[in-house]
Design a protein around this ligand. Structure first.
Ligand SMILES: [Zn+2]
Ligand SMILES: [Zn+2]
Ligand SMILES: [Zn+2]
Ligand SMILES: [Zn+2]
Ligand SMILES: [Zn+2]
Length: 415
């Protein structure tokens, strides 16, 4: 007899097996590798959802007993509904993304938003659960990755210090001390997607559009690339260091900052922090991030693709599909005259890039490649150091893991 715990252990798909999601209908084998799994054919659409909530100042803080109970309830709900994803809980709130059959994802959302029961304490009723129908071309996904992938490998729920880490990894601050920014004492102007579209078109010299995501995300696609400042950071917890020690402050001083990220969770902290510095003229944020913009507006003003932290890799901002199969149908690439977003890390040609990875076994640098080079992505290296270390004998990071190198790659406009 298999117990519930056994079942949960098996939730991580064994090597060599595939999620039904990655089978094309009527195919009896995986589209991307030669494994043969039991195919469950389904016409049911799948969906992915993104949500977060910071517990505001003055509300009760989630203690460890509550967090542990929430973790168990979330794991059970995901198991029951066969929903997978990554959910982070901390004393400051919750941040999550989950995917599965659309009907199950909707049920998951209903349970989480219920005013009664296990999740009531999170008070998620007013939270925007940004749900998108996933209509991936399975071949495109597998070709991009060259191997078998699932949109999420497992149902992972973790209790962490911060739901999105802002403090440097060296920080010794306890979870309670990290609360200040998440509690949103300082509030930016919150722009709806349509207000944002208008704001980024401003020709005002005082306006700076700030992409607070990691540089490899910004390189794949961003709003108004000719005037957007990308942060040359590899992780969000370098943002503060970039602003204070690596020249970032020069871009925001005396400016009206328009900040955005993927779904809004990073901007909550980034903008509260920027306001606390008291050096800007004004700080505004795109409410709900690129994902809400894709849903409500489409791809207008955005060039390239939106990097996502699941097996899809990157998605078209103009290709958002809701549950009625309505496309935002606003192809962001064709609607812009720009044919170039960044230089290909392979041949250096200007391009609208595809995701690629350094071919050295020791390297984790995420690269951008033109269509041609992305087809032979096994031969792209981030630098000569990695090329000489392709089997990964040397374990240390190459020179690409530096602010200077990331600055060059994301071509930040001069101050
Ligand atoms: Zn398979
Ligand atoms: Zn496969
Ligand atoms: Zn190329
Ligand atoms: Zn490398
Ligand atoms: Zn390198």
């Amino acid at each position: 007899m298999t117990t519930r715990t056994d079942e949960r252990r098996q939730r991580r798909v064994p090597k060599g097996t595939c999620d039904e999601f990655y089978f094309e209908k009527n195919m009896k084998k995986c589209c991307c590798c030669s494994c043969r799994c039991d195919v469950v054919e389904t016409d049911e659409p799948h969906a992915v959802v993104l949500f977060y909530r910071y517990i505001s100042h003055g509300e009760r803080v989630l203690n460890s007993t509550t967090l542990n109970a929430l973790k168990t309830s979330l794991e059970n709900a995901m198991l029951d509904l066969d929903v997978r994803g990554k959910i982070r809980l901390s004393p400051e709130g919750i941040n999550g993304t989950a995917a599965g059959k659309e009907s199950r994802v909707k049920q998951f959302e209903r349970e989480m938003k219920s005013t009664k029961g296990k999740f009531a304490i999170l008070e998620l009723q007013g939270v925007d659960f940004k749900r998108e129908r996933v209509n991936v071309n399975t071949r495109a996904v597998s070709e991009e990755y060259g191997r078998c992938k699932h949109i999420f490998e497992s149902a992972s729920v973790r209790i962490v210090d911060e739901v999105c880490p802002f403090e440097p990894s060296s920080s010794k601050k306890k979870a309670e001390e990290r609360l200040q920014l998440g509690q949103q004492r300082l509030q930016p102007n919150r722009l709806t997607p349509s207000e944002w579209r208008e704001a980024i078109q401003s020709s005002d010299d005082d306006v700076v559009v700030l992409d607070v995501r990691n540089s490899y995300e910004s390189r794949m696609g961003r709003f108004v690339p000719e005037k957007t400042v990308c942060c040359p950071i590899r992780r969000f917890n370098q943002f503060k260091e970039w602003v204070e020690e690596k020249g970032g402050k020069a871009y925001i001083e005396n400016k009206k900052v328009l900040a955005y990220c993927t779904g809004g969770v990073r901007c909550e902290k980034a903008t509260a922090y920027l306001l606390s510095l008291n050096v800007t003229k004004e700080v505004s944020v795109l409410e709900g991030g690129i994902v809400a913009y894709a849903r409500d507006i489409g791809g207008d003003g955005f060039v390239g693709k939106n990097y996502v932290f699941d097996a899809r890799g990157c998605v078209d901002v103009g290709g958002f599909i809701d549950e009625n199969n309505n496309f935002s149908n606003n192809n962001n690439i064709n609607n812009n005259n720009l044919l170039s977003l960044t230089k290909c890390d392979g041949c250096k040609a200007p391009c609208i890039p595809h995701l690629a990875r350094c071919a050295s076994k020791a390297c984790h640098v995420i690269l951008a490649a033109c269509e041609e080079c992305s087809k032979s992505s096994t031969s792209i290296y981030c630098c000569d150091t990695c090329k000489a270390n392709k089997d990964g004998e040397k374990k240390r990071a190459c020179e690409c893991d530096s602010y200077r190198s990331r600055e060059l790659r994301c071509e930040i406009p001069a101050v």
